[in-house]
Design a protein around this ligand. Sequence first.
Ligand code: SF4
Ligand code: SF4
Length: 200
Amino acid sequence: MTNQQKITDSPIDFAEKIINDVKNSKEDGVLKCVQCGMCTSTCPAARHSDYNPREIIERVLEGDISIIEDDNIWNCFYCYTCHSVCPVGNSVCEVNQILKQIAIENNVGYDKLYEYLGFADSYFTAAIGAIPERFFQDIDRDVPGWWEFRQNLEEIRKELDLNPPLMPSEEVIDEVSKILTITGFKQKIEKIRATEEAVK
Ligand code: SF4
Ligand code: SF4
């Protein structure tokens, strides 16, 4: 089987690919799913949307490749609750990570990634993930005073007699940037960004 699953590939290959993916730490957990629904009853995303983790596993086992085009898979935010409560040791969380990866490989779901491009950029500028600027307003709305706190963080640390935060050196930032470029991450981000520009 190739690394890139095509939407037109065999349904059996599709389920097999998910089960054997390196991101799936639960080995045969998908095959052991008894459709009990524990994952769905504890999933925060299921509580607030039409997303249903039990159904995700059902569709994977049926080889329903159309699932990668289902907007609902993007509602999972990897809290790992399902991973910890599944009675047979399955992880819908990891299965979702694989499904989204397959979606991206098939140029599906790019619009779900636009808001996170700033996060990817920060690896090139700081060698660590940072909150994208486009989230600042929302965070300040949900956590009143957050923006003022962020603006004054340096002063607050000084008042508390705390050292400045440890940040990666220029040398480290350069190394991380090179790794991300050589491994194709940069190219992938540029491709996604180009589609965002095209729809503006
Ligand atoms: S909790 Fe586990 S066994 Fe139950 S439906 Fe979810 S994945 Fe399947
Ligand atoms: S990891 Fe995803 S599927 Fe699992 S409980 Fe959290 S939001 Fe739901």
